[in-house]
Design a binder for this molecule. Structure first.
Ligand SMILES: O=P(O)(O)OC[C@H]1O[C@](O)(CO)[C@@H](O)[C@@H]1O
Length: 529
């Protein structure tokens, strides 16, 4: 793209409008002009209520103008069709396609990128066969027991997304199945999980796109050792999910292997075999397909040019308004759903590893703020922890609330006249209104300034379809924001330096003659003193 984003007419207009953002604290601000009813949009079973954002009709029109002017939909379509957009022009970079959407572009005869979609179908067919073999008992543990537990060993994108989705969908697990996760190289993580599993009935899925991640390989060795100690042949219990040509492509060591591809980034890989293997095992293929259908439905919505029909675009644009025009550096994602308790952690990686960038795709320094710091915890727990700062702290933190009308388990009770689910939703709404409108008081300590923006995402019930839709919503939101900021949202060079230094230090610890920065060796001596 030519020129700087800040010179674009829509950006200029938004800068002017930001001088006087909508005042949510004035009397009747939320109900004026039918605001609560008209500032909503729906896509793929999810609804966004955004009357509590500091926007008015003019700002929304300018945001839509920004999307059109920057051709965000056209660029998303190019991405889905296989354009090589993971690159920095003129510099060595990954130079890859970005095709995570093709992992669910499997319900149509005309996928956006047919080759990638047919690879996804092939892997799903392999998985279906595997799940059948486990269910029928054709595959069983080395000691003869049926498999009931799966341990997922991976880290970052090979852990966070799948773990968040598993936590979210445990209510839909098949009877007798459980999935556990080991990620940290802290040996206590593995010890705790291993102690809770009967290894004779346990499958272990090693997930690593590169097949060379230190934490994952270390944990693989640790878990294999536990199997050997128990007298079990680990190759009859271990599965691999890895990239083509990775060091883990070794059928001798694994019962079955599944592939992931260069064009799918780790943090966008939950709907590939990275999440698919454990989800298929725990939920069964029908529910896994429902999850993929939800993601596919939101992928389709993400191609709608009108932001009122395109939740990812709308959420992305509201985020741009808060980040770039109102100047807020962080974003809290607060699900009012205990099942989503790991979802903010997944979004932390997905968003911050994607958009924590300071150069454009042309290799030039950016001249606007890029990805916000993303964090969050479920409500209502968070209300009793950090909401004080949200309401009365010196920093303003935009919030994305997530809630559902029905509970997953439908086990609820009237206590003091209301159900728990009603209490949950009442709290969510109350927080959004309190943050927006604030409250005047003569006592300064009991004064709430208000004008603290939020959006509310609502679904009917958190089921596999809704989870797929939610996951895809955030993936596309992050991609749209990266397009606006003109950065490459698909590489992660920033995590390399720390890895290299840690590897150097480990060699030094083994007595290898290694030249490391002097600060590092001094630090090590200090630690060991
Ligand atoms: O799947 P792998 O190759 O083991 O990588 C795990 C994670 O490590 C990272 O490269 C960052 O360290 C992530 O991008 C990735 O999700």
């Amino acid at each position: 793209m030519n020129g700087s984003i800040i010179d674009s007419p829509a950006w200029q207009k938004l800068s002017l409008l930001a001088r006087q953002p909508y005042d949510l604290t004035k009397p009747g601000a939320l109900s004026a002009d039918n605001r609560l009813a008209s500032f909503t949009a729906t896509s793929a079973g999810l609804r966004l209520l955004f009357a509590t954002q500091r926007v008015d009709g003019q700002v929304l029109a300018a945001l839509q103008h920004l999307a059109d002017e920057q051709n965000l939909i056209g660029r998303l379509r190019e991405m889905k069709a296989g354009a090589v957009i993971n690159r920095i022009v003129g510099w060595p970079s990954e130079n890859r396609q970005v095709l995570h959407t093709s992992t669910r572009d499997i319900f149509t005869d005309k996928p956006a990128e047919p080759e990638s979609a047919s690879r996804a179908r092939r892997e799903l067919n392999k998985l279906e066969q595997f799940v059948q073999d486990v269910d029928s008992g054709r595959l069983h543990g080395a000691g003869g027991k049926p498999f009931r537990t799966m341990i997922n060993v991976g880290i970052g994108g090979s852990d966070l997304g799948p773990r968040a989705v598993h936590e979210a969908l445990q209510a839909f697990y098949r009877e007798g199945r459980q999935v556990r996760f080991i990620a940290n190289v802290d040996p206590d993580d593995a010890a705790r999980v291993l102690a809770s599993c009967d290894l004779e009935e346990t499958l272990v899925t090693i997930v690593s796109k590169s097949g060379s991640t230190l934490e994952t390989l270390t944990n693989e060795a640790l878990v294999r050792a536990a199997f050997e100690r128990a007298g079990l042949d680990s190759s009859r219990h271990f599965l691999a999910v890895t990239g083509i040509g990775s060091p883990m492509e070794d059928p001798q060591r694994y019962l079955r292997s599944f592939s992931m591809f260069d064009s799918i980034g780790g943090r966008y890989s939950t709907t590939s075999m990275v999440g698919g293997v454990s989800l298929g095992f725990a939920l069964g293929m029908d529910q896994l397909l429902a999850f993929l259908r939800g993601a596919a439905a939101m992928d389709a919505a993400a191609e709608e040019p009108d932001m009122y029909r395109n939740l990812p675009l709308l959420l992305a644009l509201l985020g741009i308004w808060n980040r770039n025009f109102l100047g807020y550096p962080t974003l809290a994602i607060l699900p009012y759903s205990q099942a989503l308790h790991r979802f903010p952690a997944h979004l932390q990686q997905c968003d911050m590893e994607s958009n924590g960038k300071a150069i454009t795709t042309d290799g030039e320094p950016v001249n606007v703020a890029t990805g916000p710091i993303v964090w969050g915890e479920p409500g209502t727990n968070g209300q009793h922890a950090f909401y004080q700062l949200l309401h009365q702290g010196t920093d303003i933190v935009p919030v994305e609330f997530i809630g559902f009308l029905q509970s997953q388990h439908q086990q609820d009770l009237l206590v003091a006249g209301t159900t728990s689910q009603q209490k949950l939703l009442a709290n969510l709404l109350a927080q959004a209104v309190a943050l927006a409108c604030g409250r005047a008081n003569d006592n300064p300590n009991q004064r709430f300034a208000g004008n603290r923006p939020s959006s509310i995402l609502v679904g009917e019930r958190l089921d596999p379809y809704a989870m797929g839709s939610l996951l895809s919503l955030y993936e596309a939101k992050i991609v749209f924001q990266g397009f606006v900021w003109r950065i490459n949202s698909f590489d992660q060079e920033g995590v390399q330096l720390g890895k290299i230094l840690a590897t150097d230090l480990l060699e030094l610890m083994q007595g290898v003659d290694r030249t490391v920065p002097s600060e590092l060796s001094q630090f090590l001596r200090e630690l060991e003193r």
